[in-house]
Write a protein that binds this ligand. Structure first.
Ligand SMILES: [Zn+2]
Length: 456
């Protein structure tokens, strides 16, 4: 017998599907985990009913680039430059990680993201030591979290320290040949060095391997101080393609952004981290102008917080500041805005699904897709009154407003509480991992005084 859930009389359903639009006083029917209908006044006598009164329903958020393994070292890099982060996190801490540390970081980070309404995440996994035990620990934690996840395998330290070394993809092959846990919730990607961290010859090899395995590609690219015209270098070798998500893109030239657009590639902007750490200005507006609507990412919780409301607001504010500043400097007065609240809500949902090649199953409230949904409360002071539901979600809401979360129709948060997480155990695992990592890393200490020195 099929299971049916009916979200009844939601104040608004923001489908993020342009053919359906935003619907007031609307129902959403879920059958066997799949969205079956989106319409007002549905009558389904045998369904479990979720009251949608004073709730806005949106698709679950999608974070297209986060290094979950680092989560137990939260905020350790709060006041570090990018160079200090590379020395301190990748150079000093990462080689100390045991499989249980990767597990603890991934479990904490995945549950945190889920608690914040991120129902799908790409775990960019490139801890220094990546034995099969490390990768299995990472994947197990993603599975246990209950969220939808793309596990992007990124090799271990040797390739990140020697840009001309050959990557070892045997473990990605092993995963690709095996049945992953999660009944289809977990898929794979290849996290590549690209020209920012390796030679272009090695990029050619790495792209070829990913394509042979048939997995999507994610790559950091266009970060200040790294490669010169990296996308142009890849284009010269003919390897750009629609299977690749370009992360950051901050210092790419406009013609390189056009090359990404022409190849059908996608982008992930980590606005906050790019502003904090010296990547260069987030390229949101330039990407949109070039024809690439970006997705959003948190990147590292060693630096910043991990929720998508902040990512949306930072992205919108940053782009408007840039646009307005250019007009003011030219002696003008801002008369229009290039990016809207709806744009950033799309970046956080449907564009994330497109970047992760999961558009067929998530990213919008469309019949036939998996029911990855959030019910956001509007009866709190910070949301009252609702005059523009898209802006209510993108600009007014915070994580405390998330009432209910479904992943594939399964209730993972209800009345503001995660249903399947042993948060006491997660805390214990994370704190004991943190203590081990700090004790075994030269120079590391807590309290905000650790300042790594040296260069990457
Ligand atoms: Zn990153």
């Amino acid at each position: 017998m099929s299971t049916k859930t009916l979200v009844k009389r939601a104040a608004w359903v923001l489908t993020m599907d342009p053919s359906i639009g935003d619907l007031a006083d609307c129902d959403v029917l879920i059958e066997d985990g799949v969205i079956a209908a989106v319409a007002p006044g549905l009558s389904v006598p045998d369904a479990e009913v979720l009251d949608g009164t004073d709730r806005i329903v949106v698709p679950g958020f999608i974070d297209t680039h986060r290094h979950l393994w680092q989560t137990a070292m939260r905020n350790i890099a709060a006041d570090w430059t990018l160079s200090q982060y590379l020395v301190g996190v990748l150079g000093a801490l990462a080689p100390v990680y045991r499989p249980e540390d990767v597990y603890a970081g991934n479990l904490l980070g995945a549950l945190e993201a889920l608690d914040h309404g991120i129902t799908t995440i790409l775990d960019w996994s490139h801890c220094a030591i990546m034995t099969p035990e490390h990768t299995d620990a990472a994947v197990a934690a993603l599975d246990e979290s209950g969220m939808r996840a793309v596990y992007a395998y990124g090799n271990g330290a040797p390739i990140w320290f020697d840009g001309d070394s050959h990557a070892d993809w045997s473990d990605l092959r092993r995963l690709n040949d095996s049945t992953l846990p999660g009944d289809g919730r977990i898929t794979l990607a290849a996290a590549l060095r690209g020209p920012d961290f390796g030679t272009v010859d090695r990029s050619v090899d790495d792209w070829a391997t990913a394509r042979e395995l048939g997995v999507p590609i994610t790559v950091h690219i266009g970060v200040a101080g790294f490669a010169d015209r990296p996308v142009a270098q890849l284009a010269e070798r003919g390897i750009l393609g629609p299977d690749t998500t370009y992360v950051h893109c901050s210092r790419l030239h406009d013609d390189e952004l056009a090359m990404i657009a022409d190849s059908g590639g996608t982008a992930s902007v980590a606005t906050e981290v790019e502003m904090h750490m010296g990547h260069g200005y987030p390229p949101t507006g330039r990407l949109v102008t070039a024809g690439v609507r970006p997705s959003l990412s948190v990147d590292v919780c060693t630096g910043i917080g991990g929720d998508m409301f902040t990512a949306m607001r930072a992205t919108l504010a940053m782009q408007r500041a840039l646009d307005n500043d250019a007009i003011i400097r030219a002696g003008g007065k801002p008369e229009t805005l290039s990016i809207t609240a709806r744009d950033v809500l799309e970046f956080a949902t449907i564009e994330g699904a497109r970047a992760l090649k999961l558009e067929h199953c998530t990213g919008s409230i469309t019949p036939g897709k998996e029911a990855d949904l959030l019910l956001i409360r509007t009866d709190r002071l910070n949301m009252l009154p609702v005059n523009n539901p898209v802006a209510s979600v993108a600009l007014a809401a915070n994580t405390s407003n998330i009432d209910t979360i479904l992943v594939g129709g399964r209730m993972v948060k209800r009345e503001g509480v995660l249903t399947g997480a042993d948060t006491k155990l997660v805390r214990q695992l994370a704190e004991s991992s943190r203590d081990y990592l700090v004790a075994h890393t030269d120079g590391a200490c807590l309290g905000g005084t650790w300042q790594p020195s040296g260069s990457w």
